[in-house]
Design a binder for this molecule. Structure first.
Ligand code: NAP
Length: 501
């Protein structure tokens, strides 16, 4: 295949080869062969490996950003920042590995005198789940792609990794894969620690999810694709966990006092965040809910102005552009009223910004209005009163994030709204928008279905490592046979729970 430049709709050199089922099997076998040695590397050696990837990423940053920009139509400077972020992410995980807290060490010492029966010594640590298959996203061609957070957290956990590259950016994927493979080689690790596959159609991805040596899957993309792979994994003779991150409209609720005092700023800020990455972001705020009144009108005018001034910009792929156009038609058919449109498209894959409006009753009557339209489109919902605003929150499906804009006078309503949002999202934001996302210990990029397939985990942040870990308990072990972190003298000095304390 050749990459496509979405700005010109023309192919870009060079050719890239596709793998087939034989390559899936070879990569899975290599990942399995490498697993025992890689998952038992010392924490220091593993941290150094992650830092080496970061160093190589830094060295390749300009080349990577230039190629990614050609392939996805986003500005080069933005992609350089994304590449820098990817390097930082590997360094953050190196720190997590060195500190060792992710091992969640627990020791229940032997109680030989306990009645009616003695207790044997139990020691628990988390260890890597096995070889992992990762489906990279299309919309962040570095930080959610081959050298993205899924790969960083899986390698940090001690899992071996096979990435199914997204065909939207084959050259950028290739550069990232080389960076990681160089670091594997420089670290003296088995080559099966990391592989990347590229294929056409669904066959390669399906074979990967069904391969008996694969022990977990992560995916970022459409609900249809994510659920197809999820179902496939559950139908295996030995079902495996699949962590999909699929769809979210990240609703913003503007409470009456905030709307009255800051309506224009909130409307403008929402528009600005909605347009980031041409609206092709999982955290795009897509639905803004306010309560009818003077403040709402001010907010509405600011938002209309912002959207009206937005030029049409290149979207990621012909498929995503086509699905955006279908999404707009679907909103219109579902009764949404178009109240603003941005500049006209100049090229075939340009996405034109759109703003739609419905009232609360219309929104509640038609669930299609709450579906994600991936691209620069947003929906304004005018609730009649606070009770209808709460009803709208209750009608929403699972989300990655939700926002409340509030002033002190809004606290009683915020206290009623919050439990509804907690039940439906992984992250609740006050007086800001959900994009951008921090990569930190307390950040969550997850949420109830259909935002993800497993609301107990996050795909971004330091706790994303937990997706690739499982607990093992060692009972009655001689000290010399125990994993180093669990030995009596605690040679690594990692904090451990002893008898739950
Ligand atoms: P996608 O079509 O779901 O594809 C994602 C990856 O999964 C690709 O590598 C694709 O391989 C593979 N795949 C999809 N369905 C598969 C199946 N049934 N069997 C095997 N492999 C499968 O997502 P996309 O191309 O990135 O974008 C399409 C839509 O996804 C967007 O319009 C948007 O709605 C959504 N999206 C959401 C997010 C988010 O963060 N929530 C991010 C990006 C996209 P092939 O390309 O080889 O088929």
């Amino acid at each position: 295949m050749k990459a496509l430049n979405p700005a010109t709709n023309q192919p870009i050199e060079p050719d890239f080869a596709f793998g087939g089922l034989a390559e899936v099997h070879r990569a899975a076998t290599l990942a399995d062969d490498a697993f025992d040695s890689y998952s038992h590397t010392s924490l220091t050696a593993r941290a150094q490996f992650l830092e080496r990837i970061a160093d190589h990423l830094d060295a390749a940053r300009k080349e990577l950003a230039a190629r990614a920009s050609l392939e996805v139509g986003l500005p080069e400077a933005q992609l350089e920042a994304e590449a820098a972020k990817a390097g930082v992410q590997f360094r953050q995980f190196a720190d997590v590995v060195r500190k060792g807290r992710f091992l969640q060490l627990s020791i229940d010492p032997a109680l030989p005198e306990r009645q009616p029966r003695p207790r044997m010594d139990h020691r628990l640590q988390k260890m890597a789940i096995g070889p992992v298959a990762i489906f990279g996203a299309s919309n962040f061609p570095i930080s959610y792609s081959v050298a993205g957070g899924d790969t960083a957290s899986a390698l940090a956990a001690g899992a071996t990794v096979i990435v199914k590259a997204h065909n939207a950016h084959p050259g950028a994927s290739e550069i990232q894969a080389r960076v990681i493979r160089d670091a594997v080689r420089d670290s003296g690790f088995h080559e099966g620690v990391f592989s990347m596959l590229r294929g056409s159609g669904n066959a390669i991805g399906e074979a990967l999810v069904e391969h008996p040596l694969i022990r977990a899957v992560t995916f970022t993309g459409s609900e249809a694709g994510g659920m197809a792979l999820y179902r496939r994994a559950q139908l295996r003779p030995d079902p495996i966990p699949v962590f999909t991150e699929m769809t979210s409209v990240n609703p913003a609720f503007v409470l009456p006092s905030a709307q009255q005092s800051r309506g224009a700023a909130i409307g403008d800020g929402f528009g600005e965040r909605m347009l980031v990455n041409v609206g092709q972001a999982c955290l795009k705020p897509a639905i803004l809910v306010g309560v009818q009144g003077e403040g709402f009108d001010v907010l509405r005018r600011a938002l209309i102005k912002r959207i009206g001034e937005a030029p049409a910009r290149t979207m990621l792929t012909p498929g995503i552009h086509a699905s955006y156009v279908r999404g707009l038609d679907k909103l219109e058919s579902a009764g949404a009223h178009r109240i603003a449109e941005g500049g006209e498209p100049n090229a075939s894959l340009d996405g034109q910004s759109m703003l739609w409006e419905v009232d609360g009753a219309e929104f509640l009557a038609n669930p299609v209005l709450a579906d994600e339209v991936f691209g620069p489109s947003a929906l304004l919902v005018k609730a009649d009163n606070a009770e209808e605003l709460l009803a709208i929150a209750r009608a929403l499906r699972g989300q990655l994030s939700a926002t409340m804009h509030l002033e002190p006078e809004d606290m009683p309503l915020a206290r009623r709204l919050l439990p509804q949002l907690e039940r439906r999202t992984g992250r609740v934001v006050v007086n800001a928008f959900s994009h951008p996302q921090e990569v930190s210990f307390a950040s969550i990029h997850g949420g109830p279905f259909p935002a993800t397939s497993d609301s107990r985990f996050t795909s971004v942040g330091m706790t994303s490592i937990e997706r690739f870990l499982r607990p093992v308990s060692y009972q009655g072990f001689p000290d010399a046979l125990l994993p180093e972190p669990l030995r009596e003298a605690n040679p690594l000095g990692i904090p451990r729970l002893v008898d739950g304390q």
